[in-house]
Write a protein that binds this ligand. Structure first.
Ligand code: DQA
Length: 150
């Protein structure tokens, strides 16, 4: 199984960017934690980050046919990124939306997501662990273990 781990604009600045909201871990550290857990689960991760919406659309299109699910933190594109939403929806793959910060405890404009309606679900406010929970969900959903089926 292979999953795409996609991060949007400004997430390359994690570690320096507003640690009170986003924590102190760098994106590289978070990616390596996800990769480590993925290895334990026998899953391969394709990790990518881009600041532009078009670049993110290109990445989704490029990897759609060789991954089985997508973990995405779309950054501010969450709130208005319709072409990213369309690209994600077009894959037909299960998508989990992740936010490091609790967007519901912040400005009102952050509380609207154009991605959420096409996502399986959304994890917000649990910091870097949110990416790990998204990974666990997708792996379990794609390969349910005995006793864990709906
Ligand atoms: C974010 C929340 C967004 O509102 C913000 O624009 C980001 C990061 C988060 O991970 O909490 O860039 O997606």
């Amino acid at each position: 199984m292979k999953l795409l781990l996609l991060n949007g604009p400004n997430l390359n600045r994690l570690g320096q960017r507003d640690p009170a909201q986003y924590g102190r871990q760098t994106l590289a550290e978070i990616v390596s934690l996800v990769e480590r857990r993925a290895r334990e689960l026998g899953v391969e991760i394709v990790a990518a980050q881009a600041n532009g919406e078009g670049q993110l659309v290109d990445l989704v299109q490029k990897h759609a046919s060789d991954v089985q699910g997508i973990i995405v933190n779309p950054g501010a594109l969450t709130h208005y990124g319709y072409s990213l939403r369309d690209a994600l929806a077009d894959t037909g793959l299960p998508v989990v939306e992740v936010h490091l910060s609790n967007v519901y405890a912040r400005e009102e404009w952050r509380q609207r997501s154009v991605i959420a309606p096409i996502a399986r679900g959304k994890i917000s406010g649990l910091g870097w662990r949110g990416y790990l929970f998204a990974l666990e969900y997708l792996v379990n959903d794609l390969h349910p273990v005995e006793g864990n089926r709906p």
